[in-house]
Design a protein around this ligand. Structure first.
Ligand code: 13P
Ligand code: SF4
Length: 323
């Protein structure tokens, strides 16, 4: 047994002369494994993946795969969702410590107390939360179906929306609701500088600003289009503009450039000089870690059955409502 407990990943040196793309393909076939990757993964991982998508697409793909092993190249809550939906599969995650600042901003005990203070409210939780928070929720949503899910409830229904206050505020605005918002946020989407983006727009008059709804309201207010990662990608393919300023994690640029090689994509600038629009959690995964996790079949994502069943109900509700 390879020890990964302390580090969160299989810490075995990989022979640098190996062609990792070929080795991973071989292992996938031998083990009947599938690699699901989020758009925020590094380009090499996106290129070796069998399916790349937004959270909703990834959840659907995990639910229906007939592979024996799912390697989830994303963050912990995404791999949890795969296990919740398809418990018979071995779900591997290249680095168990690939977490999510948004998910971490909602500790279950504090959320339970928050819920108790708001009786008669239905809890809608964004999929970027732990299995424990899902188990405390009535319906899960993603950035691509949040509006439809909220719209499906009667106007007078009181709602708690967790954990992302920015997505919640955006959904309040587009649905005319007044949902009670948990005060959580994503460290990557809160870093964009309104001032720098405004200056960039001045210099690139024909560029369209496209933004993920986890961004703060001032950015969303000036955006030409707001949507999930898949929706943003599709927009850049269909829209006639040839330049886009992209306000989300920079990994998505890989697919945008691939899909529209003649167009220009500019990563929206953060409010300091660092590469803060790289998600440090998503970027913990590397091709070497994907290879090792497939080779050693570790780390495996495991979950208590009671928690899995409780977390599954609100996800099923989402899938029913967003068919
Ligand atoms: P999407 O569902 O739009 O891919 O968003 C996932 C995410 O983590 C955004 O930060
Ligand atoms: Fe979480 Fe933000 Fe990273 Fe998405 S980009 S995984 S919300 S920390």
């Amino acid at each position: 047994m390879i020890d990964f407990e302390g580090k969160g990943f299989v810490d075995v040196d990989v022979d640098p002369s190996l062609d990792l793309f070929a080795e991973i393909e071989k292992l996938k076939k031998e083990k009947n494994a599938v690699i699901l990757a989020h758009y925020y993964q590094e380009p090499d991982i996106q290129d070796i993946a069998d399916y790349i998508g937004d959270s909703l697409g990834l959840a659907r793909s995990a639910a229906k795969t007939d592979a024996d092993i799912i390697v989830f190249a994303g963050v912990h809550f995404m791999a949890e969702t795969a296990k919740i939906l398809n418990p018979g599969k071995k779900v591997l995650i290249p680095d168990l410590k690939a977490g999510c600042s948004l998910s971490d901003s909602c500790p279950p005990e504090l959320f339970r107390r928050f819920k108790d203070k708001h009786p008669n409210h239905i809890v809608i939780s964004y999929i970027n939360c732990s299995a424990e928070i899902k188990a405390l929720s009535d319906i899960i949503c993603t950035s691509s179906n949040a509006k439809d899910i909220v719209d499906s409830l009667p106007k007078e229904q009181k709602i708690i929306f967790a954990p992302d206050k920015n997505l919640g505020a955006y959904i309040n605005k587009v649905t005319g609701r007044d949902m009670v918002l948990w005060n959580g946020a994503c460290m990557v989407h809160e870093i964009f500088s309104l001032e720098k983006i405004t200056r960039l727009k001045e210099r690139h008059k024909n560029a369209k600003l496209i933004a993920h709804p986890e961004c703060e309201e001032p950015i969303l207010r000036i955006a030409d289009f707001v949507g999930s990662t898949t929706a943003l990608l599709q927009y850049t393919q269909k829209d006639s503009a040839s330049e886009f300023i992209v306000a989300t994690e920079s990994g998505i640029l890989h697919k945008m450039i691939e899909a529209s090689p003649g167009k220009t994509f500019i990563a929206a600038p953060p409010d300091n000089a660092c590469a803060c629009n790289d998600c440090p959690h998503m970027k913990r995964n590397t091709l070497e870690k994907v290879y090792n996790c497939l080779l050693y079949e570790q780390p495996e994502l495991l979950m208590a059955e009671e928690l899995r069943l409780a977390a599954r109900k609100p996800i099923d509700r989402m899938l029913e409502l967003s068919n």
